[in-house]
Ligand binder design. Sequence first.
Ligand code: C2O
Ligand code: CU
Length: 544
Amino acid sequence: ASTSRHTFVVREASYTRLCSTKDILTVNGQFPGPTIYAMKGETIIVDVYNRGKENVTIHWHGVNMPRYPWTDGPEYITQCPIQPGLKFSQKIILSSEEGTLWWHAHSDWTRATVHGAIIVYPKNGTKYPFHKPNAEVLIILGQWWKIDANAIRDEGLASGAIANHSDSLLINGQPGDLLPCSKLDTFKLTVDHGKTYLLRIINAALQEALFFSIAKHKITVVGTDGSYTKPLTLDYITIFPGQTFDVLLEANQRPDHYYMAAIAFSLASTGRNIYDNTTTTAIVQYMGYYTPSSPPFLPHLPAYNDTNASVQVMANLRSLEDAEHPCNVPLSTSTKLIYTVSMNSYPCVNNSCSGTNGTRTAASINNISFHTPTVDILEAYYYNISGVYGDKFPSVPPLVFDFTADYLPLLYQLPSTGTEVRVLEYNSIVEIVFQGTNVAGGSIHSMHLHGHSFYVVGWGFGNFDENRDPLHYNLVDPPHQNTIYVPRNRWVAIRFEASNPGVWFMHCHIEEHSTWGMATVFIVKNGKHPKAQMLPPPSDMPPC
Ligand code: C2O
Ligand code: CU
């Protein structure tokens, strides 16, 4: 396989949005950041220079990095951060991924502005499993705050409340013309009637699950998270933080101007109205001579609290499963885990709360709120440094109770803090059932695993039933993903083969939830064969 090399200079740059200007952290001064184009199976080297004022790391989201966790990127999980003035040469090792992935900072909340796309084309001599589109278009969905990203984090942590909603959502870095001072720079996609466009859509927002749609047009999903799917034609998609979708858009309507728009699907039970100041828009404009409708047509999007709409895409997504893209879903499992993902609410008296640092809110998996260590877990594991993490997660089986109830065992309301990991034998076949809860009002989650893509074999309402629910798993053509939606009060089951030795983070991709502790780590042990073992570290690992 070939190798290409890129330079990422992490530095501040000044950007103006919503009538005000601020310095944001960028890569090469670009926001969204530069796109990496690659071919399946390629290895890419990115020289990351930190010329900013704060620590940073870069992660290749959805790249499985076979046997090489060293440059995967999550801060204090696989590396210590790159300090200002330092450089780290990172390898991106592509293997089975094909489609749209992305990269982002994995250090504090800097990924708010430090992110970009990774586009993986089929190998030479192979093709897309659909008609070649006439053109490809990148759609990066994000969020903009008038204040600094880390200030939002501090606000959220200090008050223990939900951090400020952003001042706007973004399409390709632009709020769109429903928002002040944004008209001229609104993203415009020019299309030619009769042609087909491949839209590569990434949800890079820190916190928001999004409904996305294009007025009067249907879109056909053909891939997600770097794997192909059976074509699925829809009016809208729901895209959770961290996910990507490849969709085909046929320019088959009367030449005119049409909005594409994204709106937030409420994480908890409160929310906003349709087409308010959280709606971001871009314009699909047909070529030709005509007088465009003004304003352009608006799409119909589900309401912010439409839970049924939110599960429709997940419910209907199937992996492509053809000769060139087989579906290798494990038919049996050797390690079964039930991970209860919950928000937790500490009691407060006169504004003084009993959580860590006086916080009111925590998030946890099986009642442990993840505490980030100060030496990275990968180096601690590799060099046998003790005292950095515990390896008995989960130490007690999850409690059995009605996860959809409002009354919950006290234990679940008051999690303990720890740096707990799960050690997996090489090639163990893992099933994880994420059980969503209604704790502390409940919230949706977007669980992301590093190092492995997984098959989403089942999901359902209410409490997971070990005896009954597995009978209904899809073991034929489940979608292959790296980030999955866990609805409130529902469960989702995933399976993967732990065939990638290394240290792999798993966390909610809603930034606030992972900061509050909704995270854990898998250590996958080496196999016997040298080809089943972790590669040695590079010589320029950032110092701790
Ligand atoms: Cu996209 Cu651990 O992250
Ligand atoms: Cu979450």
